[in-house]
Every structure is written in C-alpha cells, then in structure tokens.
Design a protein around this ligand. Structure first.
Ligand code: NGD
Length: 307
C-alpha cells in the first residue's frame, strides 16, 4: 500500500489515493456530520413546546405584583397599623390566599376555597364600632379614617389585604392571570365576588351592639336588596348581639338630593330590619360625616358652623 508522507507532496504530484475503506470511512463521517448538523438546526429553530393558552375573560387581569402587594399590606397592617395582631402569620396568609384561586378556573371558586385564609385571621371588632356602607365607599373610608375608632370591612386585616385589587388564576398556570379576569357579572362563583361575600358575611356575623350603615342618598335607590350589604351583611347580623341598625343617608355635597330617610328605598330597609327584631334609626347627612365632606367644600352653605 502506498504511504503518503507530507514531505513527499509536491505541486505536480497528486496526493496519494485513499483506499476503499478509507473513502468509506470518510463518507460515513461526513454523513454523520451532516445529519448531526441537521438535527441541531431543527432543534434550535423549532418553537418550544406550546403552553396551553390561558382562558380569556372580559375584565382586567390580576393586579401586577399581586403577591408582593398582599404580603406588604399584611406586614403594614400587622406591624404598623394594628401591632397587636402579630405579623408572623403573613407568609401563611399569603399561601392561603394563593391556594384559594391559583390553578383554578376563576368562575369556579367556592366559599370553602377561602376558608383556610379566613381561619388564619382571628380579629374581632369592638361592639358599636362596625360601619357598613353601600355605594358610598370613599366617604365611609374617609370618615372611619378621621374618626379613628370605627371599622369598615376594609379596616380589618382581610378587607385591607384585598381592597381595590383584582385577582384570578388559570387552570393551566401556577401564576395569577395577568391578562384578563372575569367581570363580576360574568359568572356566579367568581374569584373576587366570592371572596368579598365570605369576608362580608364574617364581618357582619361578628358585629355587636349598635351598627352603622352609610348609604348614598344621591342615588334614586340608596338601598339595594341585591347589593352585598342588602343580600349578605344585613342578613348576617345576629339579632341576639345587634340591637340597633343606624342608617346615615349621605348626599353628595354638590350633587343630587334624590332619596332620604323618608323615601321608599330606606323604608324597605327599615321593614327588613324590624322583621329581624333589630331597631332601625335613620339620619340624613349625619353631621360628623358631612363635616368630612366639608373639608373639601368649606364654602358650601351646609358647612357653615352652627353655634
Ligand atoms: O361588578 C363589579 C362590582 N360590584 C361591586 N364591586 C364590584 N367590583 C367589580 N370589579 N365589578 C365592588 O364592590 C366594588 O369595589 C365596590 O366598591 C364594592 C361595593 O359595592 P357597592 O358599593 O355596590 O356596595 P355593596 O353593598 O355591594 O358592598 C359594600 C358592603 C360594605 O359594607 C363592605 O363591608 O359590602 C362589603 N364589601 C363588599 C364587596 C366589596 C366591600 C367590598 C370592597 N371593599 O371592595
């Protein structure tokens, strides 16, 4: 067999011919190389395994940084606002909140899903200090903030954690659905509305003494039987503990004076309350709450000091 030394090569001499076996080996090696390159190319250019699409809904998606906000609020509330409650439970509270809706269909949430979360929070509101509201959130919160001793649901830990947030999960993901969530009227067993029903019920069940409700007298119907106050809270008051419900019918300081304590809507409320063996009282434009409205409307005639 001819040996081919580099030193022997010159311009005129062709390289020594390869044996048949050598050519076969070279061919095979080339084939393997081409095949590997092709496999590599396919692997690199192929799109990743498609993840199932999240369900699409008509409402806005979960609030960005949802879990960081909930955890932060938990520490703010338990360490700074009401230090008595103890902040050690915050990580567990966050986990229970996640477990209630993560990886679930947001229209298929049951009251029981939130029970572990509710069970983690043991907070009682002192008698005579519960303030309910309906269509008057802003003023009710301003009033309770200024007054200092009253509790709306959002002044309790569970309400504080979730107020103004949107959240929902998706069966195909371990993350909240940040793209879309169902609107409240899109389904009955809605992630958000079930949560508010559960904690509103608990809030009302634990109320005692005289309780207050702030209603919006600038609406034609300040009291709605279908509202959370009218359908959940009112019927969760325990007549053995609550002797009086005081309604404050507040009118927008610059707006309509549509309905008042003597209107049909409030009379309907009165009749429900009386049937439940609870005394009903009503005041139009309860003065301390009116004065809160006056802070931004000092020139209004109803804000003049009465000496
Ligand atoms: O269709 C809706 C919708 N309807 C009500 N709300 C809705 N949110 C949607 N995204 N889509 C929310 O309920 C909204 O935040 C309202 O501000 C809030 C209350 O609705 P409103 O004014 O009609 O009053 P409700 O009587 O139904 O309920 C107020 C009472 C009050 O005594 C709280 O203790 O029930 C308790 N709560 C219920 C639901 C929600 C509080 C909240 C809250 N903080 O968001």
């Amino acid at each position: 067999m001819a040996r081919c030394e580099f030193s022997q090569l010159s311009r005129d001499e062709p390289c020594c011919p390869l044996s048949r076996r050598g050519r076969l080996c070279l061919g095979l090696a080339l084939l393997v190389l081409i095949l590997s390159a092709a496999v590599l190319l396919v692997a690199l250019t192929r799109s990743p395994t498609p993840t199932p699409e999240a369900l699409a809904w008509n409402g806005t998606g979960s609030t960005r940084n949802l879990f960081a906000i909930v955890l932060g609020r938990c520490y703010t509330y338990t360490q700074l606002l009401r230090p008595g409650l103890g902040s050690e439970a915050c990580p567990k509270i966050l986990d229970a909140f996640k477990s209630a809706f993560i990886s679930k269909n947001p229209c298929d949430i049951m009251k029981e899903d939130y029970q572990p979360l509710v069970d983690l929070v043991n907070q009682t509101v002192p008698c005579n200090k519960s303030l309910f509201w309906s269509k008057s959130k802003e003023l009710a919160h301003q009033y309770s903030w200024v007054q200092g001793g009253m509790f709306t649901l959002e002044d309790t830990l569970l309400g504080y954690l979730a107020d103004d947030l949107t959240w929902c999960g998706d069966p195909s993901s371990v993350e909240p659905n940040y793209q879309s969530c169902p609107r409240w009227n899109e389904c009955l067993n809605h992630t958000g509305s079930v949560f508010w029903k559960v904690i509103s019920q608990k809030f009302a069940e634990s109320a005692c003494g005289v309780v207050q409700v702030m209603l919006n007298g600038s609406l034609s119907k300040p009291f709605h039987k279908s509202s959370t106050f009218g359908s959940v809270e009112l019927f969760s008051l325990d007549p053995r503990k609550v002797h009086t419900l005081q309604a404050w019918v507040m009118h927008d300081i610059r707006g309509n004076y549509s309905d008042s304590c003597s209107g049909p809507s409030i009379r309907e409320l009165e009749s429900i309350v009386n049937k439940r063996n609870i005394t009903f009282t009503c005041q139009n434009n309860y003065r301390p709450a009116r004065l809160v409205q006056c802070v931004k409307n000092i020139e209004h005639s109803s804000c003049a000091s009465k000496i």
